[in-house]
Ligand binder design. Structure first.
Ligand code: PNS
Length: 164
């Protein structure tokens, strides 16, 4: 029987945006299972949302995809986590050229650490080229409308967070 193709989609997801959702949806055309993995860095955490909040938001946002998408978190090296869960591929989204250097460095380092793990870059969907979690937070914080950029459940959480 063929081995199932598992990809890990790592990130901070603080919060998950429609750009991330688009990438997950397109990854499912290639992979049998996509594991959305929220990275935890206990030494440097300036996230707006706690890990628990992010896990809950991502789970809610991807529930329509069914059991082929799993949501998890990990601490430590991504390559170790990927090996643990049996993923053969790391998925990363590329927006503009500005993403390239950072992504290239990470991909090369990950390849040094584990030569059997491939990084697959997918171009972000056309309408999400300029979208980032950082900008979403900034715009909401300044009272702007981000309803077109994040899932409904995330929009609610963002509003509540900034009303706190
Ligand atoms: O959404 P982000 O912040 O761009 O995602 C970055 C992430 C989480 C993919 C990266 O920081 C990561 O892989 N962290 C886990 C620790 C690790 O393996 N570091 C070495 C990367 S070469």
């Amino acid at each position: 029987m063929a081995r199932s193709k598992i990809a890990v989609y790592p990130g901070s997801f603080d919060p998950i945006t429609n750009g991330h959702i688009d990438l997950i949806k397109r990854s499912l055309r290639i992979f049998d299972q996509v594991i959305v993995a929220i990275a935890v860095n206990p030494n440097k955490d300036d996230s707006l949302f706690s890990l628990e909040e992010r896990l809950a938001m991502v789970r809610e946002a991807v529930k329509g995809f069914g059991s082929r998408v799993r949501v998890d978190s990990f601490e430590g090296l991504l390559v170790n986590y990927a090996q643990q869960i049996g993923a053969q591929v790391i998925i990363r989204g590329l927006r503009a050229v500005s993403d390239f250097e950072y992504e290239f460095q990470m991909a090369m380092m990950n390849r040094e650490l584990n030569t059997r793990l491939e990084t697959l870059f997918m171009m972000t969907g056309g309408s999400y080229f300029y979208l980032s979690s950082r900008l979403v937070k900034e715009v909401v914080g300044l009272g702007g409308d981000v309803s077109g950029f994040v899932p409904k459940n995330v929009l609610k959480k963002l509003k509540a967070k900034f009303d706190e």
